[in-house]
Design a protein around this ligand. Structure first.
Ligand code: ATP
Length: 135
């Protein structure tokens, strides 16, 4: 079994899609290990997106992810990292495959509802950032 860090971004909360998205992860067979709900500040955004802070798309992304409450989750299961990214779909909701969360529910490259860790190293780093009390 493997753990991954998932974010349901502020658009998911604003649009009332938290239940819909959680249902997809649960129906796939992933387990919810930990949850956090709240609004983050710019420093937490910068820490989470450390690899993107110098990118052109980052300032508006930071404005977006700090714009309202969101949910952070640790999900676990067989190949959880890759499975979550398959369920999430391509970054840009406009081209994400139908059947994926972004493909079915997002029409945006930025407001794309979800985040999932992209590697075991990222998952360890991100879980440590969002859930420092989790061993
Ligand atoms: P995530 O890491 O959130 O699961 P991802 O791995 O598909 O998504 P990244 O390339 O890591 O995408 O980008 C992180 C986030 O930055 C994206 O989820 C999206 O919200 C935003 N983003 C990425 N590229 C762009 C872009 N060209 N324009 C606007 N926003 C972008």
């Amino acid at each position: 079994s493997e753990r991954t860090l998932v974010l349901l971004k502020p658009d998911a909360v604003r649009r009332g899609l938290v239940g819909e998205i959680l249902s997809r992860y649960e129906a796939k067979g992933l387990s919810i290990e930990a949850t956090w709900f709240g609004q983050i500040d710019a420093a937490t955004s910068d820490a989470h997106y450390a690899e993107h802070v110098e990118r052109d798309f980052y300032p508006p992304l930071r404005t977006f992810v700090t714009s309202g409450p969101m949910m952070a989750l640790v999900l676990s299961g067989e190949s959880a990292i890759d499975v979550v990214r398959l369920l999430n779909g391509a970054t840009d909701g406009r081209v994400a495959a139908p059947g994926t969360i972004r493909g079915d529910l997002s029409l945006s490259n930025r407001e794309n509802l979800v985040h999932g860790s992209d590697s075991p190293e990222s998952a360890t780093r991100e879980i440590g950032l969002w859930f420092p009390d989790l061993v």
